[in-house]
Design a protein around this ligand. Structure first.
Ligand code: 5RP
Length: 217
């Protein structure tokens, strides 16, 4: 089955978890876009959405779904988003689309984080996908040196700025044996805004599209 079909199956399966009156936390990327398109079909049942990126906010609004400020909402019952890699423990690498910081904020305030993905995203160990790190621009070289000392090969995502006007370093070659420890070590480097490891607060439920339908983990 194609990756696109698997993503669509996972995105549609996530709609089953939406309840009447929810303000839905919404992620970013091609799988999240499919979820947004599905959400449009049931928009009369929800009270709006909190978006993790300007791109997703624009897509939600194009469907007539109200986008609310997180500061005015407080907490969320549910957050639905994709991932670049996931383990069976639901530790994730995210940020391929550069929205990792806002994604982590929305995940943090959500009671349940439902991750939707195609089967290619499931890995034994995180780190084949280069790990995105959002960095304050003036700290780019310094943070890159620190990441190199940790055994990674950081590559500046040149020409790209996040919605927060920061830069991204994509770190290749990291051996992520202990995702929780690595998340906290990278987050402690001055100048790092967020690392795209979602381990301390991973997903609560993984909906994985595959040949035999949607697997729930
Ligand atoms: C964006 C993300 C996305 O969830 C991740 O990149 C997966 O994208 P896609 O659904 O297009 O495969 O973290 O920052």
């Amino acid at each position: 089955m194609s990756q696109d079909k698997e993503k669509k199956m996972a995105a549609d399966a996530a709609l089953e978890f939406i309840r009447s009156g929810d303000v839905v936390g919404v992620g970013t990327g091609s799988t999240a876009n499919l979820f947004i398109d599905g959400l449009a079909r049931i928009k009369g049942r929800i009270d709006g959405a909190v978006s993790s990126s300007d791109a997703s906010a624009a897509r939600l609004q194009s469907h007539g779904i109200e986008v609310l400020e997180l500061n005015n909402v407080g907490s969320l019952r549910i957050y639905v988003d994709g991932a670049d890699e996931t383990t069976r423990h639901r530790h994730l690498i995210k940020g391929g689309g550069g929205a990792l910081t806002r994604e982590k904020i929305v995940a943090e305030v959500s009671e349940t984080f439902v991750c939707i993905a195609d089967s290619s995203k499931l890995v034994e160990r995180l780190g084949t996908f280069p790990l995105p790190v959002e960095v304050i621009p003036m700290a780019r070289s310094m943070v890159a040196r620190e990441l190199a000392q940790m055994g990674g090969e950081p590559v500046w995502r040149s020409g790209f700025l996040t919605d927060n006007r920061n830069v991204i370093l994509d770190v290749h070659g990291l051996d992520i044996l202990d995702p929780v420890d690595m998340e906290s070590r990278i987050n402690q480097i001055p100048g790092v805004v967020t690392v795209g490891l979602f381990a301390r607060r991973g997903a609560d439920l993984l909906l994985l599209g595959g040949d035999r339908g949607v697997e729930e983990l």
